[in-house]
Design a protein around this ligand. Structure first.
Ligand code: AMP
Ligand code: ZN
Length: 490
């Protein structure tokens, strides 16, 4: 099945073909955070969609090179630093750090590069692009000393957002606060310094100032990925004016098509409205963690709906994410138990086909892919209930799971698992079944309990069960020995 994505530019689902047909290498540019405050989970919906995209492309054999920019200079960052009374770099650093911490918590694969707009290399590139635009008549310096892009001279302006320039006059989408511009829709490439900018300024042929937000992305994208990119992503709010402007600037300089495919995700909503800083209806990752949810539960909740469908954030939705993951965990426990030592016999090739991947090939249809996973869980659970699933098939399901989980990254873990060591082999010697890697302390107690039971010291064995319970683990005695599992809800 061919890989198809909905291209915002053409408003059509198109077959994905890399820029260089003979090579598996593809370049993706993703608009990153503006580091003036902590990113909210709406922002992370966009980053999770991009993670799903990257991981699925990799599962299909592509070698993805992904760049995500960090916007560390704009009106909001300057205002924030001013209000906090600290230098801009100090102000933005705390939010850069928080962004990486939150992204790791959600198991988002790191991009290959995170260029920052204030890096002198990129400032130089921005200046050279603006100079090229001026020399082509596509930009001009106005009386206020700022440099603007002349949208009337770029015939394709409006093609991404699908509206024409006349509409731009009436939609009110562009703030009319720059009176020196030739056209209301002309956007700033270089903003002349004013006293509110304080010491935030760079020298340029047009006097001291700072770059506009849009030129930052065009410069970083072309500096790191060249004149043409395979895929460019962001949330739908980025389509206009940001991505429209990126096209005008980049193509204005190079004369070549800038992006082959534009992918945009719908918003995360709260009560039907976009989750955003300005509306104040947002939650950060720490807000959701503080309610007792884990990073993987947030990951699930943000990923489960197709990226082009709006997703309403609710605590019920978080609870459903928890239940769905518990269902997966229990299924994996049962499969591991059923597979027994066939687990270790390793890579039994799955004969389960590629329905999961095929669903994702269809514009990342994650709800169909998850539907297929849960149908498979029901089917194999039924077979296990009826004792009809042999060890080899159970092991094959596990192999299949490992394959699809490279994309999903839903395995148990978070803080608990980071401190874990594999104790499986050692524990088996004491007749203990473990469904997953368990912490050292739990393994020690489990081993002690297995020995107490062998010695028929049931009082001690009960005490140890209580201790395990207190750590969030359950010891059950089965005909095959004690079984250690995580306590439901722990
Ligand atoms: P910003 O930091 O505002 O530049 O946004 C970073 C990324 O998050 C951009 O790709 C935005 O389109 C995206 N974004 C912002 N709010 C939401 C939301 N409520 N739902 C989904 N994506 C969002
Ligand atoms: Zn951008």
């Amino acid at each position: 099945m061919p890989l198809r994505f909905f291209n915002t530019y053409s408003r059509k689902r198109e077959e994905f073909a890399p820029r260089d047909p003979g090579s598996p290498k593809i370049d993706i540019y993703t608009c990153g955070p503006t580091v003036y405050s902590r990113a909210h989970i709406g922002n992370f919906r966009a980053y999770i969609f991009e993670d799903l995209l990257q991981r699925h492309l990799e599962a299909r054999g592509f070698k993805v090179h992904r760049v995500m920019n960090i916007t560390d200079v704009d009106d909001k960052t300057i205002r924030g630093a001013h209000e906090a009374g600290v230098p801009l770099t100090k102000f933005t650093q705390q939010f850069k750090d928080a962004f990486f911490k939150d992204a790791d918590m959600l198991r988002i694969k790191r991009a290959d590069e995170y260029p920052a707009a204030t890096d002198q290399r990129y400032i130089d590139k921005m200046i050279s692009m603006i100079s090229a635009l001026i020399s082509k008549g596509l930009a001009y310096q106005a009386d206020d000393k700022s440099v603007y892009f002349r949208i009337n001279k770029f015939p394709n302006y409006g093609k991404l957002a699908h509206f024409n320039l006349d509409e731009l006059q009436s939609t009110g989408r562009v703030k009319h606060d720059e009176y020196d511009k030739e056209h209301i829709g002309d956007f700033a490439l270089w903003k002349a310094w004013d006293k509110e900018d304080g010491d935030v300024k760079w020298d340029s042929p047009w006097g001291p100032g700072r770059p506009g937000w849009h030129i930052e992305c065009s410069a970083m994208a072309t500096a790191l990925l060249g004149d043409q990119i395979d895929i460019h992503c962001g949330g739908v709010d980025n389509i206009f004016p940001h991505h429209e402007a990126e096209i005008a600037q980049s193509e204005g300089v190079t004369g070549k098509q800038f992006v082959r495919m534009w992918l945009h995700c719908a918003h995360l909503l709260v009560d039907g409205q976009k989750m955003s800083k300005s509306l104040g209806n947002f939650y950060t990752i720490p807000d959701v963690l503080a309610k007792g949810y884990t990073g993987r539960e947030i990951r699930y909740a943000l990923m489960r709906v197709n990226y082009r469908d709006p997703l309403n954030f609710t605590w019920n939705g978080m609870q459903e994410a928890r239940q769905s993951l518990e269902r997966i965990d229990e299924w994996l426990d049962r499969l591991r138990e059923c597979a027994g030592d066939k687990i270790d016999s390793g890579r039994i090739d799955s004969h389960f086909g590629h329905e999961f991947e095929d669903a994702l090939d269809n514009d990342l249809n994650i709800s169909a892919a998850l539907g297929f996973l849960f149908e498979s869980i029901s089917e194999s659970n039924r077979a296990m209930d009826e004792n009809k699933l042999d060890a080899k098939t159970a092991a094959a399901w596990l192999t299949w799971w490992e394959r699809i989980n490279c994309v999903l990254r839903f395995e148990p873990g978070d803080a608990r698992v980071r401190a874990l060591v594999a104790q499986t082999g050692e524990l088996r010697l004491t007749g203990t079944l473990v469904a997953e890697k368990i912490p050292t302390e739990v393994a020690r107690l489990a081993k002690e309990r297995a020995q107490a039971r062998l010695a028929k010291d049931f009082r001690k064995s009960d005490e140890l069960r209580d201790k395990l319970n207190a750590l969030g683990w359950e010891a059950r005695d089965t005909k095959d020995g004690q079984k250690i599992t995580r306590r439901a809800g722990a």
